[in-house]
Design a protein around this ligand. Structure first.
Ligand SMILES: [Zn+2]
Length: 298
């Protein structure tokens, strides 16, 4: 039986938390799950509950220490059910096979659950093609969920993929905002890989992707990621005027945000300016220079 047609699961959200002090109760269908306690116990507990209709598992959690959200019911992802030894491989494969239609189904809750479950499946099994496709799904919310799930993954084999996704999504301005916000929520990730990317770009000629990447870094993470190694490449990009005008504007704004962020940055920019900028192109960087001087209080 499909999750979407199960009489129990289709009426349960993927995740629900209730406050045990309030009059709130878990949704009615939750009490049909096998193994659910009639009353939440006083001690912290985590149980696996099984849907009698379709066999999906849930985690039932009681955490007495936490005041506001202390009874939770969370539908496990197929990968989690498998990892916990709750289901066999053939059952896992069945569950995965039934997920894609849910992505475009009527229930937002189920489509997001399917997005997470599929992303996890692709990550765990190194199925890059499926993962990329999911991260480019036409539905914004699904794409976001998939990218978030990738962002959760701290495993090295996926670093390259995460970085590429970051770039791919930067191709469309709106998508870039969405995805960079996602990564902002995951700032440990950007902290970990941001500097590495800055280092990689410092050795190359600036082009579309690095400029857009640095734009987002300076917009959202200027306090967290040091873009100093990319300062002179950005300056050269502007002096040589090889890019489109709008891209040059982005590069210029990134430099302005950089020099405004700290006097040390401003100082570094001015020093580099004296070293590499010939007088005939100095006008190209005049506004950044002015911003740097203001930042230094000159
Ligand atoms: Zn069910």
């Amino acid at each position: 039986m499909l999750l979407s047609t199960c009489k129990v699961c289709s009426r349960l959200p993927s995740t629900v938390w209730i406050n045990r002090q309030s009059e709130e109760d878990l949704p009615g269908p939750a009490y049909r799950l096998e193994g659910i306690p009639a009353e939440p116990p006083d001690d912290a507990i985590a149980l696996h509950l099984r849907c009698p209709e379709c066999g999906i598992y849930y985690r039932y959690e009681v955490s007495p220490g936490c005041l506001s959200h202390d009874v939770g019911l969370i539908r496990l992802l197929p990968g989690e059910m498998r990892a916990e030894g709750l289901i066999w491989k053939w059952r896992y494969n069945r569950l995965i096979r039934d997920l894609p239609p849910l992505l475009d189904g009527e229930s937002t809750d189920l489509s997001l659950y399917a997005a997470r479950a599929l992303a996890r499946h692709y990550l765990d099994n190194d199925l890059r093609e499926g993962l990329e496709q999911l991260c480019r799904h036409p539905n914004w919310a699904i794409r976001r969920q998939a990218v978030l799930e990738v962002g959760e993954d701290e495993m090295t084999p996926h670093i390259a993929l995460v970085i590429e996704l970051l770039f791919d999504h930067a191709q469309v301005a709106d998508a870039a905002k969405v995805n960079f916000r996602v990564f902002q929520e995951k700032s440990p990730l950007i902290l970990k890989y941001g500097e590495r990317l800055v280092g990689a770009f410092a050795d190359r000629q600036m082009s579309y992707y690095p400029v857009i990447f640095l734009k987002h870094i300076t917009q959202f993470f200027i306090e967290l990621v040091d873009i100093t190694p990319c300062v002179s490449p950005l300056m050269r990009f502007l002096m040589e005027a090889v890019g489109e005008e709008s891209l040059c504007e982005e590069a210029r704004h990134s430099l302005i945000r950089y020099v405004r962020a700290s006097p040390a940055n401003a100082q570094f920019f001015l020093k580099t300016f004296e070293e590499i900028v010939p007088p005939d192109v100095a006008a190209t960087l005049a506004d950044v220079r002015a911003a740097a001087q203001i930042s230094l209080g000159r």
